[in-house]
Design a protein around this ligand. Sequence first.
Ligand SMILES: Cc1cc2nc3c(=O)[nH]c(=O)nc-3n(C[C@H](O)[C@H](O)[C@H](O)COP(=O)(O)OP(=O)(O)OC[C@H]3O[C@@H](n4cnc5c(N)ncnc54)[C@H](O)[C@@H]3O)c2cc1C
Ligand SMILES: NC(=O)c1ccc[n+]([C@@H]2O[C@H](COP(=O)([O-])OP(=O)(O)OC[C@H]3O[C@@H](n4cnc5c(N)ncnc54)[C@H](OP(=O)(O)O)[C@@H]3O)[C@@H](O)[C@H]2O)c1
Length: 416
Amino acid sequence: MASGKEQEQQGFKQARCVKVHGPIIVGAGPSGLAAAACLSQQGVPSLILEKSDCIASLWQQRTYDRLKLHLPKQFCELPLLGFPANFPKYPNKSQFISYMESYASHFNIHPKFNQAVKKAEYDRAKGIWRVQTEHLEYHSRWLIAATGENAEPVIPEIAGCDKFKGTILHTSEYNSGSKFKNQRILVIGCGNSGMEVSLDLCRHNAIPHMVVRNTVHVLPREMFGMSTFGVAMALLKWFPLRLVDKLLLLVANLTLGNTDQLGLKRPKTGPIELKNVTGKTPVLDVGALSQIKSGKIKVVEGVKEITKNGVKFMDGQEKEFESIILATGYKSNVPTWLKGCDFFTKDGMPKTPFPKGWKGENGLYAVGFTRRGLLGTASDAVKIAHDIAGEWKRAKESIRSCNSHLIIHLDHDGAK
Ligand SMILES: Cc1cc2nc3c(=O)[nH]c(=O)nc-3n(C[C@H](O)[C@H](O)[C@H](O)COP(=O)(O)OP(=O)(O)OC[C@H]3O[C@@H](n4cnc5c(N)ncnc54)[C@H](O)[C@@H]3O)c2cc1C
Ligand SMILES: NC(=O)c1ccc[n+]([C@@H]2O[C@H](COP(=O)([O-])OP(=O)(O)OC[C@H]3O[C@@H](n4cnc5c(N)ncnc54)[C@H](OP(=O)(O)O)[C@@H]3O)[C@@H](O)[C@H]2O)c1
């Protein structure tokens, strides 16, 4: 066991220690809440440490106003308590937040807010996880990482950013296009965020230009009146993945037309195979494509450099913009706080892919790192709770049997 001074040198300041009865969960997003609810159903208490001041902070503080779920609600439910029946098929942001709030209150989940985990490390000698926040050190036999795949914005280094005299912001700071009326805006990135923010800008009479530097799959949100995702899930039960990809692309081409002609070239690999191999999510179109067709959203080349008044593109063209919105995605932050374990890659994703990436060694678990959205979260949470509950019950049994031995010994001693 390291001395206090040694611990300090290893990065653990002398902090007040709190022994946690049950697992420590880092993050009070949907994944942390789902894990806590499933544990509670198994009779296992837990403690959630959350760095912000609310639950589901990604949804409450870092998403734009017009956001709606892309997938029907039955694919975005957390375990044990579904969306209210009167919610629409695709709940909007405020409905999703209200669902999270009722979920937390239903399971009596009370995270500790403003508790950013700075460091968590396994103490082999004691067989516990030491989890450090600014002022406290929490100890538990189990640690559940629930900080999400989208914990931090990806901010690319683009030459000349410092020269630009307009505003540069990431989509996580974008609320609505109302501030950008009549402005020429460059949206860098064409994932779901880039497409939806460009659409929102159009609806607020701004003039968006969207950078597409690579290939991208755009699919309709629905096919034959059913969600494309639901159709794909159903087909995958019967047909091989590549055939399903071909069918999806056939229908997408029939309904959306040839997207290549709009500057949105399709990758050679199909949408589901690409998602499985690289994690790259296909865009589900909710209206941006028709604005691209009408020329209201202009598709532009990759950016070479940012200038004082705008941008120089890879093809040599130069254009002026008043603001630049980085729709460049998100990354996990696990490597910044989880130390001394090689369960996660340097990008903060479990090394073992889905469906086995939920369990590490020494009581370490990961929920919500499956690249499968809330469906993946639900699957992880159930398995984690089941696994921990088994250990929890065995530990309780052994304490009970130790106590009864002790009582028998005491009785014998008393009888002598
Ligand atoms: C714009 C947008 C739209 C999306 N729409 C959908 C959708 O429709 N359907 C879908 O399935 N998925 C969607 N997703 C994916 C989304 O990430 C998940 O739905 C969901 O939010 C994941 O939940 P989570 O709890 O794993 O992560 P998060 O929601 O990111 O929650 C993680 C929590 O951990 C906290 N945290 C981070 N680091 C620390 C730390 N060091 N210490 C303490 N707390 C910490 C954060 O503050 C946060 O509250 C969307 C993502 C984005 C960005
Ligand atoms: N309504 C919804 O349900 C909804 C809405 C928004 C987002 N989401 C989800 O949220 C997650 C994140 O989505 P996202 O769109 O924010 O991120 P994303 O899917 O990771 O897309 C990032 C985009 O930025 C581009 N990019 C990154 N760096 C760049 C650079 N330096 N120059 C030019 N382009 C660059 C990427 O291009 P490359 O492909 O070339 O790297 C990609 O087009 C996804 O899972 C998504 O499905 C859901």
